[in-house]
Design a binder for this molecule. Structure first.
Ligand code: NDP
Length: 625
């Protein structure tokens, strides 16, 4: 057996072998199927005269207000902590606790961390260590392995480093299983496994001002020191459960979608699923293929757009590798259109550069104000939602079920979903939509779910109740210069960062994909790219200047927070519904994702790099004094 910690004779540094054995090796699955039925692959046209008039606006408002205050979630603590157990790997590899030092300690081993490691390696940083809660790499794609899982952003733009890896995904929307394997291949190729401590959860990160080092304590007894800490642990990392009376009394099997229990055989069982977000939309058609009865407990319907999955063509396999930077260019093109539905559909001719634009442009004579532009977008989104609602009527046979499946909120306000099998699934006799609007499921007993006086007896209950958005759970364990955690600072002062990456009083802490960090784009890989490149620049700049710490100016941070709030408020009408994007209607403007767009974020980044004004450096000598 390989020693879990060895010394590399060439560098004197530690090499780790802590990747857990894969108990999950037998799991194989697919995501979206290729559908031949043309009727399922096209949206009906918008009804004639569809305009977002006062009556329609009132309907949207009523839909929203009925649900206000209904969302109530709990963390998986105490008796619910069992739902967080790692069901995918063998038990953690035994290893001694570490109390040594490294230059850069990264929390997380998902796409963000893999990408960052590639950039750091390229820039010559080698003393880098990763801590990961799971037993292997992949992050989101490690934890989420439910049947039907697939990428929602076209995989040719979503998977990072395709050119470097010489890889082309097999489907336009690759399955989660293919993506997980891709992460594992990246990790093998980049020597990532040697540097990662798996099954290691960071519990405390303290800044030592005198030593100018972070002390990082973990659940494995480690107390490591690092000059830099990078948070790369995701945007939708912490799973959450709906808070439902009596949920602890259920006697059947229950689990959350991000810890799929493949040991629980669903064949021939009565299965209930709570929630109808992007996850449930992918699971329902697959679960319906095996279970005896399926009860889908819905509070708010998702918008179910056309998926139109396809396999990568022979021509694409043959030609793309000959086009320099084919994937980088494709991702940039996708970013150009990522505001609307077109991007999510992924217009292939535009994305591959065969045509110059993805739509026919209309000539506008007048200059529109930002408010008018938003109104125009709302009108367009209304027409799309009308098409999505018409699709429900066209596919779902039972009128009551069809009515319940129609969403009334601006397109994109909740994460738009795509599926060509989800709606037809509700025509199957053993699949039942239980409309629990507007309050949602509020009672569970030992036999199953009780709603409106009806008891739904279940053998298995699946929580598809999502994740905390922009709340990794790490923010309340990082203590900066004044002893406050990031969460404490943000709850007292409002969310305050610079570019979403620095936060004043937390020197040498860099946050990837956190609040205010250039999110609000559908393709988070692009955000990760931008952040990885910026973080590499920070480290190189510090090396060149011979400085020991970096912090940010409070005034620059305050100005950036104001800017984030302004951008959020400007586009808020586009997100006027109850959604995790706006903290279920409770988040302060500008406190979560950044809504200024990638180009504006980039401009601010470049301005900071040019002037260097926002940065506060400590000369190297001070630490040595
Ligand atoms: P969501 O937060 O989107 O969905 C949670 C669901 O639970 C909602 O439908 C919510 O209803 C429902 N819910 C909560 N409490 C109750 C209750 N008491 N009774 C009934 N229903 C309840 O989580 P998901 O896991 O679906 O998706 C999270 C995100 O993860 C996605 O938006 C997407 O960004 C990402 N994702 C990406 C995928 C991809 O790229 N392939 C696939 C899957 C997920 P309500 O809407 O009323 O609050």
């Amino acid at each position: 057996m390989t020693d879990p910690i060895r010394i590399d004779p060439a560098t004197g540094r530690k090499i780790f072998a802590t990747r857990a054995a894969k108990a999950s090796e037998k799991i194989r699955g697919k995501g979206y199927s290729i559908i031949e039925d043309e009727a399922l692959k096209t949206l009906p046209p918008p009804p004639p005269g569809a305009v977002f008039n006062a009556a329609e606006q009132a309907k949207y408002r009523e839909f929203k207000e009925a649900r206000a205050g209904a969302a109530d979630y709990i963390r998986m603590e105490g008796e619910f902590s069992k739902y967080l157990e790692d069901v995918y790997s063998e038990p953690p590899v035994e290893r001694p606790a570490l109390d040594d030092e490294c230059e850069i300690l990264v929390i997380g081993a998902g796409f963000g961390a893999l990408l960052l490691w590639y950039r750091l390696m390229d820039a010559g940083f080698t003393d880098v260590r990763f801590c990961e809660k799971g037993g292997d790499v992949g992050g989101t794609w490690y934890w989420n392995r439910y049947p039907g899982i697939a990428c929602d952003v076209e995989s040719y733009s979503y998977l990072p480093l395709l050119e470097e890896m010489g890889y082309i995904p097999s489907m336009k929307f690759a399955s989660g299983f293919e993506i997980l394997e891709y992460c594992q291949t990246m990790a093998e190729r980049f020597g990532f496994y040697d540097r990662c401590l798996f099954h290691t959860t960071v519990e405390e990160t303290l800044w030592d001002e005198d030593a100018e080092r972070w002390t990082v304590k973990t659940d494995r007894g480690d107390a490591m020191r690092a000059r830099f800490v990078v948070l790369a642990n995701g945007i939708l990392t912490t799973p959450r459960l709906a808070k439902i009376e009596g949920m602890e009394t259920f006697k059947g099997e229950a689990f959350h979608t991000s810890r799929w229990r493949y040991d629980v055989d669903l064949e021939g069982k009565r299965v209930g699923i709570i929630g109808t977000g992007a996850t449930a939309v992918q699971i329902v058609p697959e679960a319906a293929k095996i279970v005896k009865e399926l009860y889908v407990f819905q509070r708010t319907p998702s918008s179910i757009d056309v998926r139109d999955q396809r396999a990568t063509t022979e021509e694409e396999y043959a030609t793309w590798p000959n086009e320099p930077n084919w994937a980088v260019q494709r991702r940039e093109r996708l970013a150009l259109i990522s505001a609307g539905r077109t991007a999510l559909q992924g217009n292939d001719d535009f994305l591959s550069g065969k045509v110059e634009d993805y739509k026919q442009r209309k000539q506008h004579n007048e200059d529109l104000s930002p408010e008018e532009l938003i109104q125009r977008q709302l009108n367009t989104n209304f027409r799309i939602m009308e098409q999505i609602r018409a699709r429900v009527d066209a596919v779902v046979k039972d009128p009551k079920t069809a009515e319940a499946l129609k969403p009334y909120y601006p397109y994109g306000c909740k994460r738009p979903t795509f599926h060509d099998e989800y709606l037809p699934t509700f025509n199957l006799p053993h699949v039942h939509l239980v409309d629990t609007a507007p309050t949602g499921v509020s009672k569970i007993n030992e036999k199953g779910v009780v709603h409106d006086g009806v008891e739904y007896e279940l053998d298995v209950l699946i929580y598809a109740t999502g994740f905390e958005w922009m709340g990794t759970g790490s923010f309340n364990m990082i203590r900066g210069k004044d002893g406050r955690t990031l969460s404490e600072k943000w709850s007292e002062e409002g969310t305050k960062t610079f570019l979403g990456i620095h936060s004043a009083g937390f020197p040498n802490l860099l946050i990837m994909n956190g609040p205010q960090g250039g999110g609000g784009q559908f393709n988070f890989t692009r955000v990760s790219e931008m952040h990885a490149s910026y973080i590499t620049w920070v480290l190189q700049t510090m090396q060149q200047r011979g400085v020991s710490t970096i912090d940010v100016d409070k005034a620059a941070e305050d100005e950036y927070a104001e800017h984030c709030a302004e951008m959020d408020l400007l586009s808020a009408p586009l997100r006027d519904c109850i959604s995790y994007y706006n903290g279920d209607g409770k988040a302060k403007p500008g406190s979560l994702a950044y809504y200024g767009g990638g180009a504006r974020w980039h401009k601010r980044r470049m301005a900071a790099q040019d002037s260097m004004a926002p940065y506060l450096f400590t000369p190297m000598a001070r630490a040595a004094e």
